[in-house]
Design a protein around this ligand. Structure first.
Ligand SMILES: Cc1ncc(COP(=O)(O)O)c(C=O)c1O
Length: 481
């Protein structure tokens, strides 16, 4: 029997890397010594003195109430099993089996799986004039148009901000959703910090009229992975659009029966820290991000459209004419870990206490990468990038093409008559019309990160999906397929 612990050993070897990624505690460096020492003492269970995270009372309730007051919610839950689970709780609290929900195709896989588990009827947001949405993220007007074509839907589901820190006008969507009697659910996984600095950071989903909001505290706050927050709006509770009792029941359905006190305590403490520190850390981060961009050669461009989260640093490196693998290798060699490197952009998530020395190394490293000299190579690179992005946006913006429902595809018995019949028809059609190229996705097919599917379970997939996946894999992008 081996006494080795390879995972532990490998992780320990990562100790001195420069972390510009989630969790936003920089490998614990943001935590005080006292906090680290008390960490394992907080790893306890439901005792008379500790209370129960699933049936909040006394100090658990006090912590939830302080969080609700800070984030501007009517009620807040700590979900210690990630926003993946908070999304399930949120969707299951707002809809019943068979209900229609309006959402883009490009949502995090957690939402896809919730829709499948609950047997919901997803109605994708598409544009009436065939326009493609960049990275699959529709504008507010397209959400509103989709709501008007399906006024029977019970809820509308929006991701805001997206992985690149971009936001949309949720206020407009909220007004229309409430006019039509729909509940507005917002995946604000990347915006748990917005409440900390209004005016500097984008407005929170709750302040814009969202009913349910989920946030990954671990992504941008000094909290442990996978600390998550589930908020219910004051107005939604008062108007009866949300039912706190149903939420409590759904927390018990989806959350483990041993929720981590350690993670819950870290959520409580993260809220206390950001509320004590106020605007200062976010002002500092926005300033550091601005300064580092000023130091970079002009072939780097910051991606920061109006309304986006300026505490996140997104750099477009496409003018360099260099490929993704090369950029990943350069950063890796300098000891820098970014959150995401796609074919055009690098996403850096700095932590509230990020040292200036990390920024200096980042500026030096990026500046040391020179544009490709071979113009033929650079031209080919630009052509390929355009091709890839066109394909990405057209796949992400496509109308649904269901062969089975997501629930039948993921959980249906393969020998069940309805499923076997559908699969036989798919094979037959592929044989006769597509040279064998038509298939059905039996699960979500998604590049990761960010984990948004180009095909949902039960959808018809073809050559274009294969081409896109192949292009991603050639540049070492992981794809759940
Ligand atoms: C937009 C979005 N929603 C939800 C999630 C799931 O969050 P968690 O990792 O906290 O489960 C992610 C994870 O990256 C995400 O990017």
């Amino acid at each position: 029997m081996s006494s080795q612990a390879p995972l532990w050993s490998a992780l320990c070897r990562q100790a001195n890397r420069i972390s510009f990624h989630m969790p936003a505690h920089r490998q614990g460096r943001v935590f005080s010594r006292e906090w680290i020492e008390s960490l394992t003492r907080c790893d306890t269970t439901e005792l008379e003195r500790t209370g129960d995270l699933t049936v909040p009372s006394e100090h658990v309730k006090e912590a939830y109430d302080l969080a609700a007051a800070y984030f501007g919610a009517g009620e807040t839950w700590f979900v210690t099993t990630g926003t993946t689970i908070a999304i399930r709780v949120m969707i299951a609290s707002a809809l019943f089996e068979g209900d229609a929900i309006i959402m883009p195709r490009a949502v995090h896989m957690a939402a896809v799986h919730a829709v499948a588990l609950l047997g919901l009827n997803p109605h994708f947001v598409t544009s009436s004039d065939g326009r493609r949405f960049e990275d699959g993220q529709p504008d507010a007007e397209s959400f509103i148009a989709a709501m008007r074509t399906r006024p029977d839907a019970k809820a509308v589901y929006v991701t805001c901000p997206d992985y690149y820190g971009r936001t949309i006008d949720l206020r407009m969507i909220a007004v229309e959703a409430h006019r039509l009697g729909m509940t507005l659910l917002v995946d604000e996984a990347h915006g748990a910090h917005f409440a900390a600095a209004p005016g500097i950071l984008p407005p929170t989903a709750l302040s814009q009229g969202a009913d349910f909001v989920v946030q990954s505290a671990h992504k941008t706050l000094p909290a442990l992975t996978p600390a998550s927050l589930l908020h219910l709006s004051k107005d939604g509770i008062a108007c009866g659009r949300l039912c706190p009792l149903r939420v409590a029941a759904m927390v018990r359905v989806f959350q483990t029966s041993s929720p981590s006190f350690m993670i819950a305590a870290s959520t409580d403490l993260a809220r206390a820290v950001i509320s004590r520190q106020g605007y200062a850390p976010w002002q500092r981060l926005t300033e550091l991000n601005r300064q580092v961009v000023d130091l970079l050669p002009a072939y780097y461009q910051r991606v920061a459209p109006p309304g986006s989260d300026k505490s996140r640093l997104v750099i477009d490196y496409s003018r360099l004419g260099r490929g993704r693998k090369e950029m990943v290798a350069k950063l890796d060699y300098a000891g820098i870990d970014a959150e995401l490197v796609d074919h055009r952009r690098i996403v850096f998530i700095p932590a509230i206490d990020h040292p200036e020395s990390d920024y200096e190394i980042l500026a030096r490293t990026l500046s040391s990468v020179l544009p490709a000299e071979n113009s033929l190579f650079a031209e080919r690179h630009v052509r390929r990038l355009k091709e890839l992005e066109n394909l990405r946006d057209s796949l992400f913006s496509a109308r649904a093409s269901w062969l089975l429902t997501p629930r039948q595809a993921l959980f249906g018995d393969p020998s069940h008559a309805e499923r076997s019949e559908t699969m036989a028809k798919v094979a037959d059609h592929a044989e006769n019309h597509c040279g064998g190229a038509m298939k059905m996705a039996s699960h979500a097919i998604a590049p990761y990160p960010p984990g948004m599917p180009i095909a949902w379970p039960g959808e018809n997939i073809g050559e274009r999906h294969d081409t896109y996946i192949q292009m991603l894999q050639e540049s070492n992008v992981a794809v759940y397929d």
